[in-house]
Design a protein around this ligand. Sequence first.
Ligand code: NAD
Length: 352
Amino acid sequence: MTHTALPNLNLVPFVSVDHMMKIALDVGIEPFLFGLAAYLEEDFKRWELFDKTPRVASHSTEGVIELMPTSDGEVYGFKYVNGHPKNMQQGLQTVTAFGVLSDVNSGYPVLMSEMTILTALRTAASSALAAKYLAPEGSRCMAIIGNGAQSEFQALGFKAVLGVDKLRLFDVDPAATEKCASNLRAKGFEIVRCASAQEAVEGADIITTVTADKQYATILTDNMVGSGQHINAVGGDCPGKTELHRDILLRSDIFVEYTPQTRIEGEIQQLAPDYPVTELWQVMRGEATGRKDSRQITLFDSVGFAIEDFSALRYVRDQLARTGQFQDLDMLADPDDPRDLFGMVMRASEAA
Ligand code: NAD
């Protein structure tokens, strides 16, 4: 069921997976990523307004379940997200998510949404936005190491925001590379399938690592990264789960979303707790320098932060009135007399 107008306060608009796909296709994947990047930039630039806390993680042997809350004082949002690298072997997603936006004044939810697809879109839009400030001028060619669920979104995000149109793909599983290349066929890319990570990074302006493994992995070694390259490190996002050799970090200028969270989860967990890093919002507001010259190696140590999910939910909410892609959820008990909750239950039993 879909609607053409926003619902009343007592019904909560719910965006299902099916609705999300229809919204993304209706807006267009690249315009969606471009539009979302603008919402992200707007929210990063009003950084001080937000409540900020590292996400609340519950780790298990096979993965992690996390809650990611934030508020700008008017709207509150949170995301529930998991990360289970072995899921893929059982035909399940590594990452699934849903989220909620609420009105701070009443505390009432105003949106509930699937966020598995939305997380892939917001991660790609965040990566591309960071690269707008950090990647070498005129970047066209990107290596993508790890060609799983996130990879096509990353490619299209960088095309939409930066104009990247050459991809060099590598995955330890050639079937993943084939899937990625095939999904991106006719999307305006020149695509090279590579036999190793080493081959993939050759000649690339930007290197995206987006692999999944719950361990200290070394997807890139120091010798593989040349001067001037921008690294978009997406897959290392949990304690004990990294992708880059430590020596690369020591040669790079490192940019993060929210330092206290990235110290726990990002590539920089391999460095001293006071190792200098720059938060992206500072660069976006012109309070810190991003790329200084053509020889500098820049690294976006992405882990995914609550404000990005907040921006993504905000963006989706703004697409509802036009697209009508939501359904009303009867999520809020609404007795005529707010104190007569019990009476409402009794009247329901009489009606039944
Ligand atoms: P996925 O399981 O669908 O894909 C991961 C791919 O990496 C697989 O195809 C796998 O074969 C490949 N891979 C594993 N080890 C490799 C290696 N050594 N070299 C090359 N390829 C290798 O997972 P996904 O949903 O695409 O997520 C990828 C990673 O991104 C995960 O670690 C996830 O936690 C992380 N992630 C980060 C953010 C963020 O905001 N930073 C957001 C979403 C996902």
